[in-house]
Design a protein around this ligand. Structure first.
Ligand code: G6P
Length: 361
């Protein structure tokens, strides 16, 4: 049955494995043959009056929102993401589009940020997985990520679908807005986005994440570093890891390592360094600094990318457009968290102290 575990020991692994299908569902009918975005909810011209986008979200959804900010800013659209519980004095006007990103549509902090934006006069959109959820009902518009039910407390397939959805929404916005400059490589980019389910499938089939996890099981700290749209993936990799393994994990922008976190880097640390984006050179330097301090560096990279001789292990993903390859890196990191937690015999689907949906502020 759709919500049963089937042959799986855990919903989390089932949901990780479902990503080729859930992503195909997210994308279905939303990309045209000539490589453009077609959102039934938002026909061209919907956002002509928007001049700024404000995302509000919590947890994993906040990381997806950060990915959305990158996509919009790269297209010349003013955008920012705020952790919903920190969205206290919204500076909005009628040209602000406030986008609540929430898998469940029921997170109290996100709903109150959505209400604050509405009260201040913003136009609002809920990007959610749950049809008819509070966020979907309360926002001016709902855009569904169509990932299907997610039972594991740690979000996996819904993060991928959120990012894919926000990528398409960002293109619609860039197209509609006067200040927006839609990507010149749209045809190529969207044809790669359409192939994402296939790439995820290849990643899952060939992943060595279990062996890598086993190798670093006894570390005291786990760090995740990346630049640009890999930064939210680094944050998400660390969040997943701490949620289900209960081990100390942190995500950093690669360039920030030298501004403090490097003090934590010792031979007792494993550093997952992301090389799937446009600025791998910079990250390589940062990762090498971690290696020099005795940490084990694990490179997460596309097949053709040189991760540097200092890397202790590599998690590979298929070659694709650098703006979406981070999602493939994220799949590898989901598997690392899963296998590590499994070997440590943690309660994977219901981690201690956490809830799937937090309905109190
Ligand atoms: C809880 C869950 C997280 C989730 C967050 C936001 O903390 O444990 O996995 O990312 O809520 O949930 P939402 O439903 O708003 O995306």
């Amino acid at each position: 049955e759709e919500t049963g575990k089937g042959q799986y020991d855990h919903y989390m692994l089932k949901e990780i494995d479902e990503q080729p299908d859930s992503l195909a569902n997210t994308l279905s009918g939303r990309i045209t043959d000539d490589g453009d975005v077609s959102l039934e909810e938002f026909p061209p011209g919907t956002f002509e009056d928007v001049d700024e986008v404000q995302f509000v979200a919590c947890g994993t959804s906040y990381h997806a929102a950060l990915y959305g900010v990158q996509a919009l800013e790269n297209a010349g659209v003013r955008a920012r993401a705020t952790i919903a519980s920190e969205y206290q004095t919204p500076t909005v006007d009628e040209n602000t589009l406030a986008v609540a990103v929430t898998q469940s549509g029921e997170t109290a902090d996100t709903l109150s940020a959505l209400r604050a934006a509405e009260a201040a006069g913003a136009e609002t959109v809920a990007v959610t997985n749950v049809v008819g959820s509070s966020a979907a009902r309360e926002a001016d518009h709902a855009l569904y990520i169509r990932a299907g039910p997610e039972i594991g407390v740690a979000a996996t397939k819904t993060f991928s679908s959120q990012v894919a959805t926000l990528t398409m929404l960002s293109h619609r916005l860039a197209d509609d807005l006067e200040q927006g400059t839609p990507r010149e490589d749209a045809a190529e980019f969207f044809s790669e986005l359409e192939k994402l389910p296939e790439y995820v499938e290849q990643t899952l089939k060939t992943s060595n994440a279990k062996a890598v996890s086993e190798r670093y099981l006894d570390k005291g700290s786990y760090f995740f570093i990346g630049r640009d749209n890999e930064y939210p993936v680094a944050l998400e990799g660390a969040l997943k890891f701490k949620e289900i393994t209960y081990e100390h994990a942190e995500g950093f922008a690669s360039g920030e390592l030298k501004h403090g976190p490097l003090a934590l880097v010792t031979p007792n640390a494993a550093v997952f360094a992301l090389f799937t984006g446009r600025r791998g050179e910079g990250t390589r330097k940062n990762a090498e600094e971690a290696h020099t301090r005795g940490a084990n560096v694990i490179g997460v990279a596309t097949h053709g990318t040189d991760v540097g001789g200092f890397a202790d292990a590599t998690l590979r993903v298929p070659e694709t457009h650098p703006d979406i390859a981070g999602l493939l890196a994220n799949v590898q990191l989901q598997l690392v968290s899963y296998h590590t937690a499994n070997m440590l015999e943690r309660e994977i689907d219901k981690p201690r102290n956490l809830a799937k949906s937090v309905t109190v502020e």
